[in-house]
Design a protein around this ligand. Structure first.
Ligand code: SAM
Ligand code: SF4
Length: 409
């Protein structure tokens, strides 16, 4: 039996893509292994959103030279966003690399495998990776925005929404295989529209599938959160009360230079509307965009206070080749580091406060292990008693410590 080891870098979309690529390998007789030493195939699914992510994937590829030498029949597949950006140049530098499959090619991965001549013809076996309690379901590929710092549109191409019927079949299959939570994925996931099915329709339809306890989605774009959308979903208890809503900056001037399509005020309006429907909000923030002044950065700090995010992923700006911002003069690294430190400190404080504010509340928790699970608002909760993994309990919260809530159950 051929065994495949998979190393995935980057976002949840990449996790879903790895799952999809594995299904094609499984139908050609491969079995999954967590142990690289016993593997015959190494699949590296890569990210290029920041230079650091790409660097990690390429270094891992470099280390596989020795692995391949041990058994020359081994196969190395380099896939995803960094593979799309670096393309055929990689083969010159890493001649031991067998297959390059860029992010735009994911839908044709089966053809890529067949064209390589390295695999058997596909059989009926369509295993997917056991993704545990959360089933990741891609509903849209690509992105139609052109944020000036971002490489995603060039490596993933324009938006293509998948047919609602296929999405429902995928989610139903994952629920049948044991997923209790379905996470719908896309770069601007809430822009989804396929024929007459809107994103709100899709959320409501997935929530009615047997076995689905909870639905999440990522990443939405602020501009698509309309009052009509909120009206259509706000009474559906299966839609988790958490939205990851990337803001990137708190300065309207920087947002315009980033070409984000909203102002600070519009973003805060969306936050207020979501909060009024009980949604807990986290975000992504970039510090040190080339035109970010000290005052712009202070506006980011004040927006973070106003929005009261319960969590934020904060990144130092990383220039990406071919993007408009990459032509701008970089700020000194020490400024980026200082700003990141200040922001991370503030976010930590807000997170602790958000967890403390839950003490005394009643939370619905989906158990991810016997004693720990996630509340609908995405808070981590530790229980006193043990419960079957995958069960949903309602419990009141006794205390909070850092980013962990303790249940009174
Ligand atoms: N589509 C999502 C959106 O528009 O909010 C985000 C997708 S992107 C893959 C994930 C995050 O990476 C972004 O929200 C942004 O904070 C960060 N990011 C993207 N390009 C970056 C860059 N050049 N430097 C630093 N961070 C970046
Ligand atoms: Fe990148 Fe902007 Fe598209 Fe998000 S919306 S993937 S940040 S271009």
């Amino acid at each position: 039996m051929t065994k495949v080891f998979i190393q995935t870098y980057g976002c949840q979309m990449n996790v879903a893509d790895s799952d999809e690529m594995f299904a094609h390998l499984a139908s050609r007789g491969a079995q999954y292994t967590e142990n690289l030493d016993e593997a015959d195939i190494a699949l590296i699914n890569t990210c290029t959103v920041r230079d650091h992510a790409e660097h990690r994937a390429v270094s891992f590829l470099g280390r596989l030279a020795a692995w391949k030498q041990e058994k020359p029949g081994r196969v190395i597949i380099f896939a995803g966003c960094a593979a799309q950006r670096l393309g055929k140049n990689l083969q010159k530098k890493y001649p031991f690399l067998d297959i390059i499959s860029g992010a735009k090619e994911i839908e044709h991965f089966a053809d890529t495998l067949d064209a390589s001549g390295l695999f058997n013809a596909p059989g009926k076996d369509t295993h997917q990776l056991a993704s545990g309690l959360t089933g990741y379901v891609t509903i849209m590929r690509g992105c139609n925005f052109a944020c000036s710092y971002c490489i995603v549109p060039s490596v993933r191409g324009p938006v293509k929404c998948l047919p609602a019927e296929d999405i429902l079949a995928d989610a139903a299959q994952k629920a049948q295989a044991g997923a209790k939570e379905i996470m719908l994925l896309g770069q601007t996931v809430n822009a989804y529209q396929f024929e007459n099915t809107s994103f709100a329709d899709l959320l409501n339809q997935v929530s009615r599938l047997p076995g689905v306890e909870r639905i999440r989605f990522t990443s939405p774009h602020p501009i698509y959160f309309t009052p009509e959308f909120l009206d259509a979903i706000k009474d559906n208890p299966k839609i988790a009360r958490h939205v990851h809503l990337p803001v990137q900056s708190g300065s309207t001037k920087v947002l315009q230079e980033m070409k984000r399509g909203y102002t600070r005020e519009i973003f805060l309006e969306k936050v207020r509307a979501l909060k009024s429907c009980g949604f807990n909000i986290s975000t992504d923030i970039i510090v040190g965009f080339p035109t970010e002044t000290e005052d712009d950065f202070k506006e980011t700090l004040s927006l973070v206070d106003e929005a009261e995010f319960f969590a934020a992923y904060c990144f130092k700006y990383s220039p990406r080749q071919g993007t408009p911002a990459a032509k701008m003069k970089l700020l000194p690294q020490n400024i980026l580091e200082e700003r990141l430190d200040i922001l991370l400190n503030k976010v930590r404080g807000l997170s602790d406060a958000a967890y403390q504010a839950q003490v005394g509340s009643v939370q619905e928790v989906l158990l991810e292990s016997e004693n720990k699970g996630r509340a609908s608002g995405n808070f981590w909760v530790k229980t006193r008693k043990s419960y079957p993994v995958g069960s949903v309990i309602k419990t009141s919260i006794e205390k909070a410590d850092g980013t962990l809530l303790f249940a009174r159950d």
